[in-house]
Design a protein around this ligand. Sequence first.
Ligand code: HEM
Length: 174
Amino acid sequence: MDILAIILRLFHIFGAVIWIGISFFIFLSLDPLVKKLGPEGKRLQGIVLGQSNLNQIFPVAGGTTILSGILLYIKDSAIFAGNGLAYLGTGQGIVFGIGGLAGIGVMIMGARVVRPLVDQAQKIGAEIQAAGGKPTPEQAQAMASIDERMERINRIDFVLMVVAVLCMATARYF
Ligand code: HEM
């Protein structure tokens, strides 16, 4: 019994289920609902994304998935058992590699692009609330531009996640 592989796989799959599951929920259910509800939807979005524990869950689940995935990749490749880089050229190595890179891309975008945009939106939102709830034209424009960028990034993230799931689900059979 390969205890290390079992432990890494459990971390990997639990992490991925939580990370990708919540992301898919946001993209497929929450975002369309926010759009449909208008200003009420914006309030709902602010509460769900700003006041829940998602900000803690996302980096932990994403980080766990990626770290365990990289360790599994190193283990499968047997690089340190004298196999060199041969695994990287096999069908399985290539497909797990593509899926892994897609997942890492989502994580990097989340930390470097999405997080700062969410912080910026929360800051402007707090300023609007503090001034009585009515945004100035500059604030409304800044919020609209953040929304537009977020929508574009979310779409790219969703595609990358689908690529990651497709690769992970099928790599073993290449
Ligand atoms: C982005 C989200 C990810 C999801 C949803 C995901 C999902 C999965 C699933 C369901 C498996 C089991 C597949 C099987 O045994 O046939 C798996 C295995 C694996 N994943 Fe991921 N994964 C993700 C990210 C990553 C990343 C970033 C890496 C890093 C390179 C990675 C590397 C691996 C490897 C090497 C295996 C094979 C493990 C083994 O041999 O037991 N994964 N992944």
